[in-house]
Design a protein around this ligand. Structure first.
Ligand code: OSB
Ligand code: MG
Length: 385
């Protein structure tokens, strides 16, 4: 495998209007924000990664501005001038920085992209090179769509119908106290056969166990993160009372966390967001653990731009990712996106993995600049000094 020398790194903070907001139990942000990381090598190659975050610490503890600080002041200086033979070396290079997984993941993703390009490989094949020899990525990835909390049941049902008509075969709905059992009942009444799942984004406590048990009657694929964002143990107490499989999202930060969750019986399925666990190196460890333990696995999303989605799609093409992923077509998120070509939903609720080396999409510099100018305009926070 070819090594690369990291010559320069640029951070582009973007804000982009969303085609459709995603209101969760913790609210909705009016714009999509992210740090787009550009890595330049000594051989003149460019790699792209996305630090997918919100402006508020509402999903996890990091925000766009904490990630900017950590990336610029602690991660980038340790990487400039380094010669790297594999992106997995970054885990060690970043060892002095604790936590801050999303920040680490964005920079690591750009290195994965540029190293796949340096080796003339699609990112999907480059990931496979870090797994046992017989692993071959698929050309198409099974995907679903995540729909936010709506103003009314009618509006929610109409939106599900629209997504079903577009060809999505797995629907994820966001729930919160007061918007759960009645919602599931209405949706099942209207769509008896769709593959349906619910995501609570940590909106409940163990006191709600009896209430949540009512969801067992709706034949749900899973319920995602019903309890606290930092809890594993109480999910095991809840899982023992539910027939519906619990899927963990917010509270799994590493392969070690997932090993503990499996041991405790805290969940049966994992929503792996590479950005939440610190990047694709840790994601590969989690992938191996899921394959070893026969655990159903899928790749989650943070409303990524084409940059982050292309890389997640490459990862989701690995055969151990067994359930539909939260990687929807570009028109669900942006019009237009900063990367091209757009992802278009294909037959069988799938997306095609781009055939070109690396992430397989190109940045539109004009749109990137426009999105950076938008961030400057709407950034709600003033500099501290
Ligand atoms: O809980 O999975 C989540 C988006 C932002 C923060 C948390 C979540 C989500 C999604 C979006 O559900 C899924 C997607 O990117 O399409
Ligand atoms: Mg979730």
């Amino acid at each position: 495998m070819k090594a690369v020398t990291i010559q320069d790194i640029k951070l582009h903070v973007v804000a982009m209007p969303l085609v459709e907001l995603l209101k969760t139990s913790f609210g909705a942000e009016p714009q999509k924000s992210a740090i787009i990381v550009e890595v330049l090598t000594g051989d003149g190659l460019t790699g792209w990664g996305e630090t997918a975050l919100k402006t508020k610490p509402s999903y996890g503890s990091e925000t766009i501005l904490t990630a900017l600080h950590i990336t610029r002041d602690f991660l980038v200086p340790g990487l400039i001038g380094q010669t790297i033979a594999s992106p997995t070396e970054l885990t060690n290079l970043f060892k002095a920085v604790r936590g801050n997984h999303h920040a680490r993941a964005g920079l690591e993703a750009a290195v994965w992209d540029v190293m796949a390009k340096a080796n003339g490989m699609r990112l999907a094949d480059y990931f496979a090179c870090h797994l046992p020899a017989k692993v071959r990525p698929r050309d198409k990835v099974l995907v679903g769509v995540s729909i936010g909390i709506q103003e009314s049941l009618d509006a929610q049902l109409a939106l599900i119908q629209k997504r079903v008509d577009e060809g999505y075969q797995r629907i994820k709905l966001k729930i919160a106290p007061g918007w759960d059992v009645e919602l599931a009942s209405a949706v099942r009444g209207r769509f008896p056969d769709i593959s349906l799942m619910l995501d609570a984004n940590s909106a409940y406590t163990l006191k709600d166990a009896i209430h949540l048990k009512q969801l067992d009657q709706f034949d749900l694929l899973m319920i995602e993160q019903p309890l606290a964002y930092d809890d594993i143990y109480e999910h095991s107490v809840l899982q023992a009372q539910l027939r519906t499989p619990i899927c963990l999202d917010e509270s799994i930060y590493s392969a070690q966390d997932w090993r503990i969750a499996l041991k405790l019986g805290a969940g049966k399925i994992l929503n792996l967001k590479p950005t939440r666990v610190g990047g694709y190196s840790e994601s590969l460890k989690i992938y191996k653990l899921c394959v070893e333990t026969n655990t159903p696995l899928w790749i989650g999303g943070m409303l990524e731009t084409g940059v982050g989605r292309a890389a997640n799609l490459a990862f989701a093409s690995l055969p151990g990712v067994t359930l539909p992923s939260d990687i929807s077509a570009t028109d669900r998120y942006f019009d237009p996106d900063i990367a091209e070509p757009p992802f278009v939903l294909q037959a069988g609720s799938t997306l095609k993995v781009p055939p070109r080396p690396g992430i397989g999409v190109d940045l539109r510099r004009d749109r990137l600049e426009e999105a950076c100018a938008r961030w400057q305009e709407i950034n709600p926070f003033q500099p501290l000094f």
